[in-house]
Design a protein around this ligand. Structure first.
Ligand code: ADP
Ligand code: ZN
Ligand code: MG
Length: 628
């Protein structure tokens, strides 16, 4: 496969109730039921059950030494006044009748003993009776335990439900300042100005300038928005209260709004101060974007708006928010007086990438052959987070190899690991697989090398990494944001080069599943060209909007079925053309293909210069040329 991207795995928070709580609840239930059941058995007494002469009992009753006689089913329970050696429980048929017969009537009438008739106890009935009272209590207890846990995990320390955790940055051991943020000069300047507002409000007021209330940091994930906000805190020297939108998303009804109130209350009390709401899109997505869902988010969002509207010019609180998705934000947030200042944080350009790499390699011992400029050149499109990741991986790789200093090989390994996934040293391919992979990758390389508008081949390898069998890298000579139709068509053709090489060498039935990601890439890119870039073979300069999401959450087609068919035909036409060109190039240059595959099998990895040496003299056949 040609270009490789690292897959992002956002860490999902685990909202599952801990098994600890469930264990506790279970034992609580067992103990409660056990205790109550025992208690119900133990009425007056149950330890003795020997049968004794009723006359003896009667004698005691006459002497007024009995407190009470209880008749319960077939049992007679006796409670003596002071402990006579009396049985406490006697079993017999029809105890009430027996008492009558035995002449108890007289003593009872004289008031010398009381007799009470009780319903016989049914174990299950009594358990049910108890359960009716106990179960709801347990459920309520469980619910509270669960809430407490939630609240704790949101806070990392227990606090009231409605209390926002005031994370005060700037006092930590490792204070972040603008020095730690490389590149993004424009954004840093904007933020420095905000800091100045807070420090010297008089200067601005004297000139009649309105102090901004809300600043929105917008940009791709990993571009350093959170880092920059922390740097603001480090620079400002004013209290900095921070909370993340995703934390709100986990809260119970009403809690989000009350947290916002609490957060703003604290900030005002400590003014001048800064509130930072990270990932604000988590609460402030367009109200209709989720089909009217998220009442709780809406309450939270409304509360934020209410609080911001309540600021007066002297409140001295500035709200900074960050988002990866400005397009998803509720428009109400962007109105004047709210987040009306926008700071765009962009993916780093080459010189910024060098600067970021320098920041992250600063405290790491590196060999003199480590070339950060070259690494920056290879990492077009990477975010600051990706680069930080490479630096870290390089250190780990060196440590794993038992080295004290990071070598260039460690850096290269780290770069490839971050971009594609770790090398699968353990999985050995059999000879057949290796041969197929070698031809497949050689196919990509030959087509890419020969086509006039393709980026040069940077490296070819048949060492498996991540889920891919091998990789062919193409690297643009410099950063470019735009590609023209010829370049894109060459991308399509070189992507087909892998499978076409397999076909030519092993026959039409010899193709493998190794090309599936290439095919996917081709159909996605072809679709994008036709529907979004107006780059079809016939459909030109027209775009077909497929990104509107309709009421049902489906992508709405803003075009007819007939156009849809035409689009499919166009995509097919691009894919066919690419296949045809790849095939033509490979057939015309079969001996170069063979030689490259042979060298790959021998060396496993070939660098840019080696590839160029092997393919010297390979030529573009006329049929693969595009009409311009
Ligand atoms: P975002 O909030 O935009 O998704 P982060 O601020 O969380 O990105 O960035 C993640 C990490 O990437 C930072 O902690 C830092 O190590 C690194 N990073 C990102 N941008 C830069 C930069 N401009 N300079 C230095 N390091 C950066
Ligand atoms: Zn491939
Ligand atoms: Mg962030």
């Amino acid at each position: 496969m040609p270009e490789a991207k690292n897959s992002k795995n956002p860490m999902k928070k685990n909202g599952k109730m801990g098994s600890n709580i469930r264990m506790v609840a279970f034992w609580l239930l067992v103990v409660l039921l056990g205790v109550t059941a025992l208690a119900s058995f133990a009425t007056p007494a149950s330890d003795v059950s020997e049968e004794k002469d009723l006359t003896e009992i009667l004698a005691y009753a006459r002497a007024e030494k009995l407190d009470e006689i209880i008749v319960r089913g077939n049992e007679l329970l006796v409670t003596p006044r002071e402990d006579a050696e009396l049985p406490k429980m006697v079993s017999m048929k029809d105890p009430a009748g027996t008492l009558q017969e035995q002449g108890f009537g007289e003593v009872i009438n004289e008031g010398k003993v009381r007799v009470r008739i009780e319903e016989p106890v049914n174990l299950w009935e009594s358990i049910l009776d108890i359960a009716i009272y106990v179960v709801p209590v347990i459920l309520i207890l469980l619910f509270f335990a669960y809430m407490m846990r939630q609240a704790q995990s949101m806070n990392n320390q227990s606090m009231g439900f409605g209390k926002a955790k005031a994370r005060l940055y700037g006092n930590e051991k490792k204070r972040v300042t603008f020095k730690d943020v490389a590149g993004n000069e424009a954004a840093k300047q904007d933020l420095a100005e905000i800091v100045d507002f807070l420090k010297k409000p008089k200067k601005y007021e004297a000139l009649g300038a309105k102090i901004p209330r809300g600043v929105l940091l917008a940009g791709d994930p990993g571009t350093g928005k959170t880092l920059m906000a922390r740097a603001v805190a480090g620079e400002a020297g004013v209290p900095f209260f921070s909370i993340s939108g995703s934390e709100f998303a986990e809260m119970f009804v009403g809690v989000g709004a009350s947290r916002v109130r609490d957060l703003f209350g604290k900030a005002k009390k400590n003014a001048p101060s800064i509130i930072f709401i990270d990932e604000i899109d988590a609460v402030a997505h367009k109200r209709d974007a989720r089909g009217g869902a998220g009442r709780e988010d809406e309450q939270t969002l409304n509360q934020i708006l209410v609080e911001m509207d309540g600021f007066d010019n002297e409140s001295g609180v500035i709200v900074v928010a960050a988002t990866n998705r400005v397009d998803m934000l509720d428009k109400a947030l962007l109105r004047p007086g709210r987040f009306d200042r926008h700071v765009n944080v962009t993916l780093p350009e080459r010189k910024d990438r060098v600067a970021i790499l320098k920041v992250h390699f600063k405290d790491k011992p590196t060999e003199s052959d480590v070339n950060l400029d070259a690494l920056a050149a290879k990492t077009a499109g990477s975010s600051g987070a990706d680069l930080a990741n490479i630096a870290n991986e390089a250190a780990i790789t060196a440590a794993r190899g038992g080295r004290k200093i990071i070598t260039n090989a460690d850096v290269t390994e780290a770069f490839e690991r971050v971009a594609i996934g770790p090398e699968r040293k353990s999985k050995v391919m059999n000879e057949e697989e290796r041969k197929i992979t070698a031809y497949h990758e050689a196919g990509h390389a030959v087509v890419g090398h020969v086509l006039p508008d393709s980026d040069p081949v940077h490296k070819v390898t048949i060492i498996p990494r991540g889920r891919t069998g091998g990789v062919t890298w193409f690297l643009p000579p410099e950063d470019r944001s735009y590609k023209n139709i010829y370049e894109l068509k060459d991308v399509l053709a070189r992507a087909m080069g892998g499978r076409e090489a397999e076909k030519i060498v092993f026959g039409p039935d010899g193709v493998t599943t190794g090309a599936s990601s290439d095919l996917k890439h081709v159909s996605e890119l072809a679709r994008e060209m036709v529907t979004e870039e107006g780059m079809g073979n016939k459909l030109r300069n027209q775009v077909f909007n497929t990104s509107e999401v309709n009421f049902f959450g489906d992508r709405a087609k803003a075009y007819s079925e007939k156009t849809a068919e035409t689009i499919d035909v166009e995509i097919e036409s691009l894919a066919k053309e690419a296949t045809m060109r790849a095939e033509a190039v490979l057939k015309a240059n079969k001996k170069f293909l063979d030689e490259l595959a042979r060298q790959l099998l021998e060396k496993e990895t070939l660098e840019e210069k080696e590839v160029a040496a092997v393919l010297k003299g390979a030529a573009l056949p006329v049929v693969a040329k595009l009409h311009r």
